[in-house]
Design a protein around this ligand. Structure first.
Ligand code: WQD
Length: 349
């Protein structure tokens, strides 16, 4: 039984590969390395002692997809591959729609051709948009506020439609809140291209001295200390949620959405204080204007995942920051190797 992991060399993908391999799954990874490094596969092998069959290709290359499914006995797909920078998506929406939507349509068509009807899809809490109330539950009306979020929402709708058209489909939509942290070994972690958009990798680079100070985007929100509140979830907890979802789609059909969050919100200032505690470093920061599009508060009602997937987040903010810091000090420049242009050949690691 092989599981195809699209985007498997990325941040969440690589951590999920570790958990899958450690649980005895055979996996095949497809990635175009546009936002990740093949080096992460070597790191995964260092952690698990297991090889991974890797295809350096792209979901827009339908011929390669056909090759992958004809060369491997794929039983299910965990679909991470996609562009995910909110700000970038506003500037280049067509690039996002082609990469995320067309790539997914290609994948679904080839899956159907080969009779593979099981998928765990990497969705996002961004599909909730701005909501009046928290915690956020799966039955809330969905509304995206940027092209990236709209691709996630559209793909969720596409997956609902294919499930209605063909009852063989078994799909789990996993809505991540704010993934942070790294594998406790410090061997794999988050390796953003350029200046990080997200809070924790930015703080981590301030702590190690790569960046001089953090800009806190607004302290005039209606929260306990005025700064934004988010549901940060450890990436290893997130990875284990994928294994539980995989088990679920193996034993049932239909489509279900699940929030993967801790159900607890932390403010920007609380994250800064926690990171200072675990790193022993002062994090200089400056309060600036709000970032356009940001919401005040977001945290999950993850009771549906607890009930139906028998999953709940186990790690707290201290562990998230400590594991992030360990990855950062062991890998000051992330995965350093630079990748050649991709060629659609099978690369065995
Ligand atoms: C968290 C908090 C910021 C950076 C994003 C995407 C979302 C999902 C997760 C993909 C907010 C504040 C941040 C900084 C700051 N990604 N902040 N200074 O915006 O909740 O979610 O990542 O699915 O789609 O939108 O995460 O880490 O960017 O921000 O003050 O330099 O930290 O205002 O309150 P966000 P974030």
């Amino acid at each position: 039984m092989s599981i195809l992991i699209t985007g498997g060399t990325g941040y969440i993908g690589s951590h999920t590969c570790v958990e899958l391999l450690n649980s005895g799954y055979e996996i095949v990874v497809l990635d175009n390395l546009s936002n990740s490094r093949k080096d992460s596969l070597d790191r995964i092998k260092r952690i698990t002692g297991k090889d991974i069959k890797f295809y350096h290709s792209d979901l827009l290359n339908k011929g390669d997809l056909h090759t992958i499914f004809s060369e491997n006995n794929i039983d299910a797909v965990i679909h991470f591959a996609g562009l995910k920078a909110v700000g970038e998506s506003v500037n280049v929406p067509l690039h996002y729609y082609e990469n995320n939507i067309t790539g997914t349509l290609n994948l679904l068509e080839v899956m159907e051709k080969f009779g593979v009807y099981r998928m765990v899809f990497s969705s996002s809490a961004t599909v909730y948009g701005t909501q009046e109330k928290v915690p956020l539950s799966e039955d809330l009306p969905l509304q995206a506020t940027n092209p990236y979020g709209r691709t996630k929402l559209m793909i969720e709708e596409i997956l609902r439609d294919v499930t209605i058209a063909n009852r063989n489909w078994s799909i789990a939509l996993l809505r991540y809140f704010n993934p942070v942290g790294a594998h406790p070994s410090g061997t794999i972690g988050e390796d953003p291209n350029g200046i990080p958009n997200n809070l924790v990798p930015y703080i981590s680079q301030v702590a190690i001295g790569k960046l001089s100070e953090l800009k806190v985007y607004g302290n005039d929100y209606n929260t306990h200390d005025g700064t934004g509140v988010r549901d940060y979830i450890h990436v290893v907890d997130l990875a284990s949620g994928h294994l539980k979802a995989l088990e679920k789609i193996m034993r049932s059909t239909g489509i279900n959405a699940y929030n993967l969050g801790t159900g607890r919100g932390y403010s920007v200032l609380e994250v800064i204080q926690t990171f200072e505690k675990v790193s022993g470093k002062l994090i200089p920061y400056k309060i600036t204007r709000r970032r356009p599009g940001d919401i005040a508060i977001s945290y999950a009602d993850s009771s549906k995942a607890e009930k139906e997937l028998n999953w709940s987040a186990q790690k707290n903010l201290l562990e998230m920051c400590a594991d992030s810091w360990r990855w950062q000090i062991q890998n000051p420049n992330g995965y350093e190797s630079k990748e050649p242009e991709y060629s659609s050949k099978l690369i065995l690691n």
